[in-house]
Design a protein around this ligand. Structure first.
Ligand code: AMP
Length: 208
């Protein structure tokens, strides 16, 4: 007998740049039929669309620095208030520091909601750098230059990695080895989610 599908699916995916969290996050979100929300994608879309928000964040994103918390948190709150996020969501790239953790917590608590799991993708620094260099060649992202990559990884290690301790303390973190083929890593993620009773309604494409 298959386990019943989880009724709520509120996930974060956290990992260094180049850990594959964008790709894996989309697969998890699709399986659980919840929106995948990447703050980096939202900023990039606004920059390429030359919106007012894009104009405000362009220089910051291109330098690999963090967009101010107030702006980022408001953007995420607005997105999570959309009806398609009522049953759940997968956040990729948010929260990235303690202020954002607390903001998300307040927002969810005000709605009587809570996170179900935090997926941590573990990838050694050298591997992240190698993957980002390749992405720079493949996608031509302006923030994938050597200097900016170093800045983004430093910010990750200084500000973002510590937030995992907060979630670890709450027993929410699923630590996943992010080295291997895309399908292998996907399979590890779904296995780990299943150990918490988090099972998608549909079989997962790409997972073993
Ligand atoms: P990402 O694609 O997640 O690596 O994000 C690309 C860039 O968008 C980052 O280097 C930041 O400049 C900005 N950004 C994305 N998410 C956040 C966030 N949660 N807080 C602040 N800045 C962010």
């Amino acid at each position: 007998m298959t386990a019943p599908a989880s009724s709520s699916a509120r996930f974060l995916i956290v990992g260094p740049q180049g850990s594959g969290k964008g790709t894996q996050g989309v697969l998890v979100a699709e399986a659980f039929e919840v929106p995948s929300i990447s703050t980096g994608d939202v900023f990039r879309e606004n920059i390429s669309g030359a919106t007012e928000l894009g104009g405000r964040v362009q220089a910051i994103v291109e330098a690999g620095d963090l967009v101010p918390d107030e702006l980022t948190c408001e953007l995420v709150r607005d997105r999570l208030e959309q009806p398609d996020a009522a049953r759940g969501f997968l956040l990729d790239g948010f929260p990235r520091n303690r202020v954002q953790v607390d903001d998300l917590e307040d927002f969810l608590a005000s709605r009587g909601e809570a996170l179900d799991a935090v997926i941590e993708l573990v990838v050694p620094r050298e591997e992240s750098i190698a993957r980002l260099r390749q992405r720079a060649i493949d996608q031509g992202r302006t923030d994938d230059t050597e200097e900016v990559i170093a800045n983004r990884l430093a910010i990750y290690e200084r500000e973002t990695a510590p937030i995992l301790d907060v979630y670890r303390g709450r027993g929410l973190v699923l630590r996943i080895d992010g080295v291997g083929s895309l399908a292998d890593v996907t399979a590890r993620i779904f296995e780990a989610l299943a150990t918490r009773g988090l099972v998608p309604a549909h079989p997962v494409h790409g997972a073993a």
